[in-house]
Design a protein. Sequence first.
Length: 353
Amino acid sequence: MTRSSFPDDAADARDVIALRQVAGLGDVGVARLLSRHGDVSRALASVDAARRDDARRAADRILVDLQRIGGEALVAGSDRYPARLLELSDAPPVIYAQGTLASAHPPAVAIVGTRAATAYGLRVARAIATACARAGVTIVSGLARGIDGAAHEAALAAGGRTVAVLGTGLDVHYPRSHRTLQERIARDGLLLTEQRPGDTGHGGTFPRRNRIIAALADLTVVVEAGQGSGALITADHALELNRTVACVPNAIDQVSSLGSNALLKMHAEPILNVDDVLALLRVDRSSSTHVALDGDAARCWDAVQRGARDIDQVAAAAQLRPREAAAVLSALEIDGLVHFGPSGQVHPSVGAS
């Protein structure tokens, strides 16, 4: 797929959207038509009239829906399309976006893992995301439960950039428990998806979005993943793109980490602390951004000092939801103010005040 195959003007962008809506054509089929005919107008004209008319009507509906929800269509070859996606052999001809496109700027790290995450996995994901976000690195993930959600929440709590790649349309909240998180990313970060507005997705759309996650990132970190996990698919795509894959070691008898531990035997870089991630990204910890002890951070810190020892206790004392409290505690851990014991209990660090 070449940039020259695609127009930059909005009128012709409609034809790119329509071409992707032609029944029976996927990304590869679209690329073949463009290669054969040279540009999108001729490619669309080559489709029989009935399918072409249906596709154009579908494109018009998509554009109306995007305007309604505040999204936009990014066409391959245009200046606003994420250039890194063009490295994919099946780069999406059009991708739908909601939020701030600058959120996808490099450097970027994909933090991925199982939905059935352990407390250890969630804690590590938050710590890595917090350190990277505060060092100016974009956090990319898939908005799923578990590791993905923890990474996005920690990035936002640290005031950093985050991109969520969806397997549904921009206006479909999946999982439902992440509705508030998805809405916040649309406001303070960036949502990307190949699926048209209103599309609820299916079993194939979620694995396919993993190639986009991998393409956007300089480094993919698998925090915790069972055998057959979608996170391993993301790692495979990263390797195909000649990107670095890293993995957090975990207990050898933990089902949720069998797949990620196996990566360490093959090709993944081991992550033994958050500085290993920053070193692979070739960035330094930011010396100018620190968690200010006011607001949520102050309330969580006060709760720990007063004896709260688990996330639920801290959340109750700080009047936050548990996952919000966990993200704040991860930031405090990065600052050296708190530490987590082997059982997951949180304690004030020695010398912290």
